[in-house]
Design a protein around this ligand. Structure first.
Ligand code: B1M
Length: 208
């Protein structure tokens, strides 16, 4: 038994087996932070790398993220005890009028795998609800997803509403198939990512 087994379980998409491996490691006294970093986060980093290299595709990435989530649920209460320090908070959702959530869910799961505390507001989220959630959770990053060209203006509206609420320090990252870096620049978002692994890297950079 070793943390390496937890890491390997994520890469093997062993959703049924990972809980027992994590529990065993905790019972053996392994540090929660080490389990999170070397077990779950490193594995998701590797998954992200393999995806970028074209070795893995979206279905495999979803399976790995789902497996990681099972392990993370066991660690979460212990992380909240302060065992591994406070995680940076991200509020994420799909903007108003848009019901697509597969990519957004993947981004949320990868961010969790990357060590962020994620509050997912779901789909068809009004700009005012984004702002309320950012305040409620004291988020440092707001993530917006849109899959329709017709809902991209809702991203701009959300950026505007957040800034008007005086939340200037909150970083806004956006993504989704029709979204581009040029659009992010145009609406005053702080960053854009083409895919889920890139979103984790972007969030880490925005948080510095
Ligand atoms: Co819709 N749909 N859809 N759809 N749908 C698209 C997006 C479309 C391109 C299909 C097409 O015509 N070729 C087209 C949009 C055209 C456009 O605007 N340019 C379209 C349309 C038109 C529609 C409807 C209007 C159809 C209709 O009813 N006439 C309708 C709209 C409903 C609404 O939202 N109001 C509609 C409905 C649906 C379903 C409900 C049936 C279903 C969604 C189910 C769900 O999400 N739960 C659906 C689906 C599945 C698709 C396609 C086929 C697949 C989208 C997907 O999940 N991709 C899509 C065509 C396509 O993209 N091939 C299409 C997989 C996912 C992993 O990728 O979401 O791109 P993606 O996410 C990536 C990146 O974009 C990025 O990372 C993710 C992972 O790497 N990313 C972020 C995403 N969010 C990010 C946020 C970040 C950072 C990165 O930071 C915060």
């Amino acid at each position: 038994m070793a943390v390496k087994d937890v890491y390997q379980a994520v890469l093997d998409y062993d959703e049924d087996g990972i809980a027992a491996l994590v529990e065993k490691e905790l019972a053996a006294g392994t540090d929660v932070n080490e389990l999170l970093q070397a077990g779950l986060i490193s594995a998701m980093d590797e998954v992200g790398k393999l995806f970028s290299e074209g070795e893995l595709y979206v279905p495999e990435m979803l399976l790995a993220a789902q497996t990681m989530k099972v392990g993370l649920e066991i660690l979460k209460p212990k992380l909240k005890d302060g065992g591994a320090g406070a995680a940076s908070v991200v509020v994420i959702g799909t903007v108003k009028g848009d019901l697509h959530d597969i990519g957004k869910n993947l981004v949320g799961m990868m961010l969790e795998g990357g060590g962020f505390e994620v509050h997912d507001l779901g789909v068809d989220v009004d700009s005012k609800d984004f702002v309320a959630a950012v305040k409620k959770h004291n988020a440092s990053i707001l993530g917006l997803s849109a899959l329709l060209t017709t809902t991209m203006p809702a991203m701009e509206e959300t950026v505007k509403t957040l800034r008007e609420a005086g939340l200037d320090k909150v970083k806004i990252m956006i993504g989704g198939a029709p979204v581009t870096q040029a659009f992010a620049d145009k609406i005053g978002a702080d960053g854009y990512s083409e895919d889920a692994p890139g979103a984790v890297e972007l969030a880490r950079g925005l948080n510095k």
